[in-house]
Write a protein that binds this ligand. Structure first.
Ligand code: GDP
Length: 295
């Protein structure tokens, strides 16, 4: 994860550690290298520029020039700024409501269905819940089958309605089914399209309006870099979602989405997905992510 970013930041911070006496010019050079590393990792230019400006101000304010360990001090400053950028602390999901209704949104291929299964598995095994999965993709029968297979693997029932063309009705029927069968969480997996279009947005907006979920999670493929951030913005404008799920962090992703989404949509990343297996799901901790990025 984030190998290239890690290497470049390490190099920039290492260079300043190796010096005898530090000057303001050395600090400026290091900051510039950090900015370049962030932009290369697909961090939005303005976000990278603002962050490195704060790093520079803090470094000079905290007397990095006279510090005996300037590299360590700079690393700590960068670490703290990365944590802040990613939202500070872990934010969990809202499990209020009887049952709790969780709507899963995102583009096709982002990892929505896989995440729906993982979330059900997490709630069942770690939070002692009795989840129900709901297949609401009325366009792709294969997506419904995929959810059934995942449900079978983790022993969670999957609510489907053959032949129905209205996702809001399917979701509503599923919620009634959950009430009648003591399910305390309903996870609604919706249809995705390859790109954002009006029809798709209207459909998910109407499901959202109809079922009034306690929690709406937007799933996005971290490999798509800046596009991930733009997609997040479009979905947030439509749904005012509660949190982000970043998927495919096990791949060779550059880091831009993880670092930028929070500051662009002002919503927390709640989960990260790191593989195809049902167990490959973690809560998102900004602190741990910053530790990883700085090696
Ligand atoms: P959906 O169309 O949004 O429902 O996406 P899917 O859940 O079908 O996922 C698309 C593909 O990505 C599938 O082949 C999944 O196995 C794979 N996938 C999903 N999440 C992850 C992940 O975190 N890491 C990896 N490596 N693959 C993933």
């Amino acid at each position: 994860m984030f190998n290239s970013l890690q290497e470049k930041l390490d190099k920039a911070l290492h260079n300043i550690s190796g010096r005898g006496k530090i000057t303001e010019i050395n600090v400026a050079e290091t900051v510039k290298e950090i900015r370049r590393a962030l932009v290369d990792a697909d961090v939005n230019y303005k976000v990278a520029k603002d962050l490195t400006k704060r790093v520079q101000d803090k470094a000079l304010g905290e007397n990095v020039l006279t510090s005996l360990t300037p590299g360590q001090l700079m690393t700590k400053i960068v670490h703290d700024e990365l944590v802040d950028l990613m939202g500070g602390s872990q934010e969990g999901i809202n499990l209020s409501g009887k049952p709790t209704v969780i709507l899963i949104a995102g583009l096709q291929g982002s990892g929505k269905t896989t995440f729906s299964g993982k979330l059900a598995n997490y709630l069942q095994t770690k939070r002692n819940k009795k989840p129900l999965l709901v297949a609401c993709d009325v366009y792709r029968p294969a997506a419904i089958d995929q959810l059934k297979v995942l449900g079978g693997q983790i022993n969670v029932p999957v609510f489907t309605e053959d032949g129905s063309t209205n996702p809001s009705t399917i979701a509503e029927n599923a919620i009634n089914f959950a009430k009648a069968n003591n399910h305390d969480v309903v996870i609604v997996d919706t249809a995705g399209r390859l790109a954002i279009d009006e029809q798709m947005m209207n459909e998910i907006k109407s499901v959202h309006y109809f079922i009034k979920p306690q929690e709406t999670l937007f799933v996005v493929d971290s490999m798509t870099g800046q596009d991930a951030v733009n997609t997040a913005k479009a979905f947030n404008d439509a749904l005012n979602f509660d949190g982000v799920v970043l998927t495919k962090l096990d791949g060779d992703t550059r880091g831009g989405a993880a670092l930028t989404i929070r500051s662009v949509v002002e919503k927390p990343i709640k989960f990260i997905s790191t593989g195809e297996k049902m167990e490959a799901l973690d809560l998102f901790y900004p602190e741990r992510m910053a530790d990883r990025i700085l090696g």
